[in-house]
Design a protein around this ligand. Structure first.
Ligand code: GDP
Length: 299
């Protein structure tokens, strides 16, 4: 299926290399584990997480007294699944309308596209969706979101370029309540060059939301670009500290051979990866499943 196609490059890089390693291994020894660790680190799994994964695999090999290298593949899959948490973590949908989803991330990460993909998903589930153009800094961001909103067929609440994002959000919440919308998805600015301002702006938006709907936002989704590797992790740490993040949308997984970043992100940030982007099309967003991912890396 489409998810597997999106992971083609990662599969070649991780699964393919591990396969080759296993086929050329006679005896499972320390060299084997070291090479395994190298493969994982090169695929952006991250140093600490790679060591942790290999430790798990080494322990399992000893415990189960495994001598045949071919049997290690299953242990690797299992270890990846475990480290990612066994279950997928679905988006939090509120009992009372509207569910408010705040979307944060730096420009270029795929925020606008992911918002459109999310809106499309909800719309297909017969949910009424409203978008809010909370990034008022760039006229292009507002225009781009409008194009997507039209394409998906959902309403966009927007103000002029330079307007107060808090005011946009206030209007969007009023609109969502008035139209009995199920879902309100709010875009935010993403200029990381001006970190302090960016974080101030997002926290202001958050306050407006909380004032109008105390239980909201129900999700704060951080959009991260998988192709930026370890950089994505440092960005995430900044956002996590400044605004709190309830889930991650990892985009452009199709554009990297280093899909191991999924594991690093989930592990090192302790924030669940909830969705992954696997292409530029409107349908190219999937719920992230650790077990499907662990499986897809190898076949
Ligand atoms: P924003 O600045 O964060 O709003 O980023 P955009 O949503 O405009 O996306 C930036 C670029 O990344 C666009 O060319 C998108 O088509 C592309 N993009 C977004 N998500 C994905 C994805 O999952 N896979 C691929 N291949 N491209 C993506």
């Amino acid at each position: 299926e489409r998810f597997k196609v999106g992971l083609t490059r990662t599969r070649q890089n991780i699964g393919g290399k591990i396969d080759t390693l296993i086929k050329s291994t006679r005896k499972i020894d320390e060299d084997f584990f070291e090479e395994l660790e190298d493969i994982l680190i090169q695929a952006d799994v991250g140093m600490n997480t790679s060591i942790e994964l290999v430790d798990k695999i080494r322990t399992a090999v000893k415990k189960q007294k495994i001598n045949d290298p071919a049997e290690v593949t299953d242990l690797i899959k299992e270890a990846i699944r475990e480290i990612l948490d066994t279950e997928e973590v679905p988006l939090n949908i509120a009992d009372e309308k509207p569910t408010v989803i705040l979307v944060v991330g730096v420009n270029g990460a795929g925020k606008t596209t992911s918002i459109a993909k999310l809106a499309n998903r909800f719309k297909k589930q017969d949910k009424r969706v409203i978008l809010a153009a909370g990034d008022t800094f760039r006229a292009a961001a507002i225009d781009q979101l409008q194009i997507w909103a039209d394409r998906v067929g959902v309403e966009l609440v927007k103000h002029q370029e330079g307007a107060d994002p808090g005011a946009v959000v206030f209007d969007a919440i009023s609109a969502a309540k008035a139209r009995k919308a199920d879902i309100l998805i709010i875009d935010t600015a993403g200029r990381l060059q001006n970190k302090a301002n960016l974080m101030k702006e997002i926290s202001k938006v958050r306050k407006v939301i909380e004032k109008e709907i105390p239980a909201a936002p129900h999700e704060v989704l951080l959009v991260l670009d998988a192709t930026t590797g370890q950089n994505a992790i440092s960005q995430a740490k900044i956002f996590k500290e400044a605004t709190g993040v309830s889930g991650i949308i990892l985009t452009k997984l199709d554009g990297t051979a280093k899909g191991g970043i999924v594991i690093a992100v989930a592990r090192e940030l302790s924030i669940p990866v909830k969705m992954v982007g696997i292409g530029e099309g409107i349908e190219d967003l999937r719920e992230f499943s650790p077990s499907v991912f662990a499986q897809a890396i190898f076949e």
